[in-house]
Design a protein around this ligand. Sequence first.
Ligand SMILES: [Ca+2]
Length: 391
Amino acid sequence: MRCLDWLENHPRSLRSSAKFFFICVFSFYFSHSFAQSQLNNQKRTSDPAGLTQIKSGLGIIWAMDFINADYLVFTERNGAAGVLNINNGQVDWLDNLPQVYGYGQGGLLDVKTAPDFAQSRWLYFTYAKPFADNARTTLARARLEFVDERFRLADWQDLLISDSLTDSDIHFGSRIAFDGDGHVFFSIGDRGQRANAQNLQNHAGKVLRLTMDGRVPTDNPFAGLNNVKPEIWSYGHRNPQGLFFDSRRVRLWEMEHGPRGGDEINLIVKGGNYGWPVVSQGREYFSGAPVGEPHKAGMIEPVKVYIPSIAPSDLLVYQGERFVQWRGSLFSGALKLQHLNQVVLDEQLRPLLEKRHFESLKQRIRAIAEDDSGRLYIATDNGNIYQWSND
Ligand SMILES: [Ca+2]
């Protein structure tokens, strides 16, 4: 499994070579001993009590979000998207979707329901948009209509085709978040070229901020400067696959993959530099040497670092009343270490306790959602969706 994780983090050019066999053996030996020595203060809650499977047989579910109490929209990495009735398991598959770049970590990525969805019907998407030689992470939106008893998409609009083209098929990001005040944020990874993350002349390795119709807000930190992309909100990110606007605390949270070790949870501030690749607590896959320095003045420290890496995908701050003791906890999926990760924070937003739920499922958890009544939902790479409730 570790070799599969490695595959997901490396370009196609390396995969078929003899290097791969060597790396698998080497990486298994080192990450095994590393993991054994580093697993320490997490509380394990592996019992899947309260977990109900509500759907199976789907593809690799990349993202999901509720459109109302009964219907969940989801994307599959292969380019499909559907609306699931959570009460009877029926799916309406959506048409009018764009072509996606379906290699490596590319594909159809995030989907989020607009804050004013009940009136506007807008769904926001990110995807790897194919070009002649590779792909660019792209933010788009489309209206979800309900016609002849079926859901369908209309008015697809690409809002920002980002400047993030490289010859690599990794680190597209990408997650979407809304501040509820007229702005949309979305994240893009470094696209396999580390230097991108510190280069303000492209969009790779950044969190971007746009108006809901895709324009640059005049109060963005780099708006109006020469030779800087004005959509940038924060930079120095490796591969952010978690982004969530915490409306209760009025904070933007981000979660990103480190290399070997060094996954991070960050609190995002306007114009902030989050360090990659100058600062990291991760190590090189090959040599085990540190990547960059652990700390540096002027670069923002993560709220939490994971060593070894869990490979986090999706991020949610629990808002509900159902599990009231969890209000304000951060939840994320773990691909490599296969669990639902929970971080309980103290009043100063420092991590107080980490819990790892549902390790006994042994599935890669890539997407999470919360419904109106505070139930949590997790989706796995096995094509399953589960509901977690205390009913
Ligand atoms: Ca960082």
